[in-house]
Design a protein around this ligand. Structure first.
Ligand code: FES
Ligand SMILES: [Fe+2]
Length: 416
């Protein structure tokens, strides 16, 4: 459990909150590249960490991320004209470039110097992996961009999805570092069906956690009859990325890796961003949409959600899968959204199977407190040499007498 104070510390991400300030120090996925398909196209409203922003692609293809309201008298910049390398506000025609620099104030006197004084709040962006990333922290402390493996795949070998999750980001993260839930929630047979269930669906696993500079990794260990140990290593990087290992028991998932980022839209909604990538073969996007059960509105909200009880079908529960819900992502969203928009951790009762979740909360809350109290950054940000590209989810079988840390050693640069 967490006290009400700690729960607030973990969950509140608006400007000035300790967690919000910590998150602002990281590069975060903000807008899908597909949302800004062309130069001088329609600007897009973006809500991130409780701030209302507008993103636009300028004449040269650069992406700006500005305050949603004009610095003059606060008209909406989402309504602005996007022309000749800047957004021109509809109200009085003031114009701002991707850096927030004011480049025109047509109604002001010719000798006015107001352009030099007024700026639109603007955050720097990087476009990579089908996503526009933003940095919302102090400009002078901008960290190295985390050049993850999934951002550097051959064309077609990576696909990114974004779905709005109707709850706080923290419970969404916790849902993916919860190895045991797969055997219950995602059970592809009825609960009492003795039919074959993949290893991932054997509920009990011994969990071992290893804190690292970037966050932590943990292993789910399941003993095999021949004395070897089936091992799944999940990586968790600050502040909200989870690296899920491939699943060797299923041909379509053998080499396919999955990374989640749970970007807080505000305290009660989250951008669930997912990359699927596979070095061996291209990603089948249609298959993945089907597998996830994803039916989305143009604004990336779900067509079937809490109100519709996620389309749960009681007949299906009797005859097909345990949840009665169609699609893995739908199942995940159903359970974490059902916890309430900000779950009440005062009343939870954690078991040994929740060790990874407890570790994640501790690391993140400690990092937020340390930054607030001392100004000190977590190692993930303070060490520019962290080889982010080497962070991988791994599935393997470890020989008898050997440990998983020996089988998949942690690079010395990552050790705490
Ligand atoms: S409010 Fe935007 S130019 Fe006046
Ligand atoms: Fe899941």
């Amino acid at each position: 459990m967490l006290t009400k104070e700690d729960n607030d510390l973990l969950c509140r991400v608006g400007p000035g909150t300790p967690m919000g300030e910590l998150m602002r120090r990281f590069w975060m996925p903000a807008v899908m590249s597909e949302e800004l398909p062309e130069p001088d196209g329609k600007p897009v409203k973006v809500r991130l960490l409780g701030e209302d922003l507008v993103a636009f692609r300028d004449t040269e293809g650069r992406v700006g991320l500005l305050d949603a309201r004009c610095p003059h008298r606060r008209a909406s910049m989402a309504l602005a004209a996007n022309e000749k390398c800047g957004l021109r506000c509809l109200y009085h025609g003031w114009k701002f470039d991707v850096h927030g620099k004011c480049v025109d104030t047509p109604g002001e006197p010719p000798n006015s110097r107001i352009k030099e004084v007024v700026r639109a709040k603007a955050y720097p962006t990087v476009e990579k992996g089908g996503m526009i990333w933003a940095y919302m922290g102090p400009p002078e402390q901008r960290p190295v961009f985390p050049d993850y493996e999934f951002l550097n795949m051959a064309p077609g070998h990576s696909a990114v999805f974004k779905i709005q999750e109707e709850c706080n980001y923290a419970q969404a993260v916790e849902g993916t570092i919860d190895t045991v839930h797969a055997g219950a929630l995602h059970r592809s047979v009825r609960w009492d069906d003795p039919g074959t269930v993949p290893h991932e669906q054997v509920l009990y696993a011994q969990l071992e956690v290893e804190p690292t500079q970037y966050g932590f990794r943990y292993a789910g260990l399941r003993a095999l009859p021949d004395g070897r140990t089936h091992t799944r290593i999940t990586q968790v990087t600050l502040p909200f990325f989870t690296f899920i290992p491939p699943d060797g028991t299923q041909t379509d998932r053998k080499h396919r890796r999955l990374v989640n980022a749970f970007v807080p839209r505000d305290d009660t909604t989250t951008w669930h961003t997912q990359w699927f990538f596979d070095q061996a073969r291209p990603i089948d996007v249609a298959f993945r949409l089907k597998e996830g059960g994803l039916q989305l509105n143009p604004d990336y909200t779900k067509k079937i959600g809490l109100k519709e009880e996620y389309g749960q079908d009681r007949e299906r529960m009797k005859t097909k899968n345990f949840s009665g819900i169609v699609g893995v992502v739908m199942e995940d969203h159903a359970v974490v959204e059902s916890q309430g928009v900000i779950t009440d951790r005062e009343n939870e009762h954690l078991g040994q199977s929740d060790v990874a979740i407890v570790t994640w909360r501790r690391i993140l809350m400690k990092a937020a407190r340390t930054l607030a109290e001392t100004g000190k950054l977590p190692p993930a940000l303070a060490n520019p040499a962290i080889p982010w590209g080497d962070v991988k989810g791994v599935e393997c079988v470890v020989d008898k007498g050997k440990g998983w840390r020996e089988e998949v050693p942690l690079a010395p640069e990552f050790a705490l």
